[in-house]
Design a protein around this ligand. Structure first.
Ligand SMILES: [Zn+2]
Ligand SMILES: [Zn+2]
Length: 570
C-alpha cells in the first residue's frame, strides 16, 4: 500500500477538535495522521511527500441526494441540455434546437431535456410551435421537472396517432386540440414514455457512458460521494459496469424506490461496500413546487407567472399527496421492520405533517425511537421551524435544497407565493437550530451539481440575480460546509468513513483554489474553484475513468435509456 503525505496551504478538517492542519498522512486508502508535516513524517516514515502548493484541502464534498444514472442519460450527449442555467431564455433554447438540427443527419431524432415554464418564461411548446422549427424531424422536448414532454407532428405520425389518437394511459394524459386530435404534449410518466418512444428509441448513445459523464460532472464540482435516490433492480448491472471502470470518482449510497417490487431486499453488487452499497428506501410523498402538486396549507398567487406555468392556484392540501396516510403506513409496516433507512421526498408543510405523523407512528410501533435510524426528509421547501423541531425530536434528519431558492427564489417570493411563504422558502437556519443535521443537495440534473453554490446561497440568501430574500434564514459558513461534509456523511450513515479529515477515515479530499473563509460570501462559488478531488488516497483521474468507459461495452445497458424517462425527480 502506498504511503503519502499531502501538504497544502491549509487543510479544513471539519473535525472540531483540530479544525485546521497543513499536512495529512495517508497509508493506503486511509488517513493515519493530520497535523504538520513533521507530525505526519513522524507517524509515517518514508512516505512520499506531495506538496499541493497554494491549494486549500477540504474533506471531499458529499452530495447526499442525487440521481446520477438517469441524470446522465437525460442531459448528456446524444441528448441535448436546455435547462435555464444552460439556456436562460427561450431564444437561447431555440438556438440550441437549430444547432442540433444543423449538426445532425437529416434522419436523426433529437431529444432536449430541461425546459422550465417558470424560468424560461414562455408558454410550454407543442407540435404547432415545434413544427416550424423542426419540420419533419422526430424531436422531443422534456420538462426539467420530468413531469411533461412536447413532441413534433412527425412523432405523432410515427406513432400513427395523427389519424388515430389514443385514449389517455393510466396515470398520464395527452394534450388535445379542439377537434380532439393530439397537440403533441404529454403529462406524467406513462404518457411521456409512450409519446417520446419514437425519439428516444432511435437516439443511440450509451446510457453507461452518459452516466459516467454525469459522475465526472459531479467530480469536477468537488463531489467524492453521492447517492442514487432512484435505485431499482434494473440498475444493478449498470452500476456494476460503472464500478468496473478504472477509478470511479465517487462513492454511491443506493436508495431503492419503494415502487420497485424488490425494494425490501438486500442488494449485493459484488463490489467493495465502501464504494457502493444499498442504504435505504426512497418514496415521493408529494410533488414539485414547479408543477403545483405539493401538499401545502397555502395557495399559489393568481399571477401571470403561475398561470402560464399551468399551475393550479389551489394546492388542495393533503389531496396533493401521492399517497394517503394509510398507504404510507402500509409501506412503513412492510419495510421499517427490515431495518432500512427511510427517505421521503416532501416539499409542502401539510405533506411534512403527514410524513412526520406516519414516521412517528412507525418509529413507535417498531421500537425505533431513540435508535440510530436517521430516517430522512428530502427538500422540505416549505418546512417550518416547529416542524423541524418535531422531526428532530423523532431523530428524523433533513436534506435541504438551496438550489430551489437560488434558481426559483425571485419567483417564489411574490410571483408564486406571498412573501411570508416565498421569502422563507428553505428555512435553513431553523433546520440547523432545530437539530435535524441539515445536508444540502442539487438533486441530480434538477440543478447543476455545485456544493459551493449551495453553500453560498445558504450563507447569503441570494438568488441567481443577486437578490436577497428572507435573510433571517441564512446560516453560517461553518454550517454550510457541514451540510456538504459531516452532515452529509451522517445522513448517508457514512460518518465513520468520510465527511471530515480525521485519522481512520478514507482519504477523500477536495482541492480548492482559495479558502472559503477568506472570500466574500456572495461570490464564494466563483472565487473558490475546485482544482481536483481524491478518493481513497488516489487523485481522481477523470480522463482515465471516461477513457475506460469508452472501452466498456454499453450495449447491454440500452434499456436504461427508457428507464430515465420513467423516474421523476422534483
Ligand atoms: Zn430527487
Ligand atoms: Zn425529490
Amino acid at each position: 500500500m502506498s504511503k503519502q503525505i499531502l501538504t497544502a496551504s491549509s487543510i479544513i478538517t471539519m473535525n472540531p477538535d483540530k479544525p485546521r492542519a497543513t499536512a495529512v498522512a495517508i497509508d493506503g486508502d486511509r488517513i493515519v495522521e493530520v497535523g504538520t508535516l513533521e507530525q505526519c513524517q513522524a507517524k509515517l516514515a518514508g512516505a512520499t511527500v506531495i506538496d499541493l502548493g497554494d491549494t486549500v484541502l477540504a474533506p471531499g464534498f458529499i452530495e447526499p441526494h442525487s440521481h446520477p444514472l438517469l441524470s446522465g442519460i437525460s442531459i448528456m450527449a446524444p441528448a441535448h441540455y436546455i435547462a435555464p442555467w444552460v439556456a436562460p431564455t427561450w431564444d437561447d433554447v431555440v438556438a440550441i434546437f437549430k444547432k442540433a438540427l444543423a449538426e445532425s443527419p437529416a434522419d436523426a431524432s433529437l431529444a432536449f431535456f430541461g425546459f422550465d415554464k417558470l424560468l424560461h418564461g414562455v408558454d410550454a411548446p407543442n407540435a404547432a410551435t415545434l413544427d416550424p422549427i423542426f419540420g419533419d424531424r422526430l424531436a422531443a422536448v422534456i420538462d426539467n421537472s420530468g413531469h411533461a414532454a412536447y413532441v413534433t407532428t412527425a412523432v405523432l405520425k410515427a406513432l400513427g396517432w395523427e389519424e388515430n389518437p389514443p385514449e389517455n394511459p393510466v396515470g398520464g394524459s395527452y394534450g388535445r386540440n379542439a377537434d380532439g386530435g393530439l397537440d403533441g404534449t404529454a403529462e406524467e410518466v406513462s404518457a411521456i414514455l409512450a409519446i417520446t418512444l419514437p425519439v428516444l428509441g432511435k437516439l443511440g448513445g450509451s446510457p453507461l457512458h452518459q452516466a459516467a459523464e454525469f459522475l465526472a460532472l459531479m467530480s469536477r464540482a468537488g463531489i467524492t460521494s453521492t447517492s442514487e435516490m432512484t435505485y431499482a433492480k434494473d440498475y444493478e448491472a449498470g452500476y456494476q459496469a460503472l464500478f468496473s471502470m478504472p477509478g470511479c470518482p465517487v462513492r454511491i449510497s443506493l436508495y431503492h424506490m419503494s415502487t420497485d417490487p424488490t425494494c425490501g431486499d438486500k442488494v449485493d453488487l459484488g463490489i467493495d461496500p465502501s464504494r457502493i452499497r444499498k442504504q435505504g428506501i426512497k418514496l415521493w410523498a408529494d410533488g414539485s413546487p414547479w408543477t403545483g402538486n405539493i401538499a401545502t396549507s397555502f395557495d399559489y398567487l393568481d399571477t401571470p407567472t403561475v398561470k402560464r406555468a399551468g399551475i393550479p392556484l389551489q394546492t388542495g392540501g393533503s389531496k396533493a399527496m401521492n399517497y394517503t396516510r394509510e398507504q404510507l403506513d402500509a409501506i412503513l409496516d412492510k419495510y421499517a421492520p427490515l431495518g432500512w433507512q427511510m427517505a421521503f421526498h416532501v416539499n409542502g408543510d401539510i405533506g411534512l405533517d403527514i410524513v412526520l405523523d406516519a414516521y412517528e407512528n412507525a418509529l413507535v410501533k417498531y421500537s425505533l425511537l431513540g435508535t440510530d435510524h436517521r430516517w430522512r426528509i428530502e427538500h422540505v421547501g416549505a418546512g417550518r421551524g416547529d416542524q423541524f423541531q418535531r422531526a428532530a425530536s423523532l431523530g428524523v434528519i433533513a436534506s435541504l435544497a438551496p438550489f430551489q431558492f437560488y434558481y426559483w427564489g425571485d419567483l417564489l417570493d411574490g410571483q408564486m407565493f406571498e412573501t411570508r411563504i416565498g421569502a422563507n422558502w428553505g428555512r435553513f437556519k431553523a433546520a440547523f437550530d432545530a437539530g435535524v443535521r441539515p445536508s444540502f443537495h442539487n438533486d441530480g440534473s434538477v440543478s447543476p451539481p455545485n456544493p459551493l453554490l449551495n453553500m453560498q446561497t445558504a450563507v447569503t440568501r441570494r438568488t441567481s440575480t443577486g437578490k436577497v430574500h428572507g435573510i433571517e434564514n441564512a446560516v453560517t459558513l461553518d454550517e454550510a460546509l457541514a451540510a456538504h461534509t459531516t452532515n452529509a456523511a451522517y445522513i448517508l450513515h457514512r460518518d465513520h468513513e468520510i465527511g471530515s479529515i480525521e485519522v481512520g477515515k478514507y482519504a477523500d479530499f477536495t482541492e480548492l483554489s482559495a479558502d472559503p473563509y477568506e472570500v466574500a460570501p456572495e461570490t464564494l462559488a466563483s472565487d473558490v474553484a475546485v482544482k481536483g478531488t481524491w478518493s481513497s488516497g488516489v487523485r481522481v483521474d477523470l480522463d482515465a475513468f471516461l477513457g475506460g468507459g469508452a472501452a466498456t461495452d454499453g450495449a447491454p445497458h440500452q434499456h436504461l435509456a427508457a428507464k430515465a424517462q420513467e423516474d421523476k425527480c422534483c
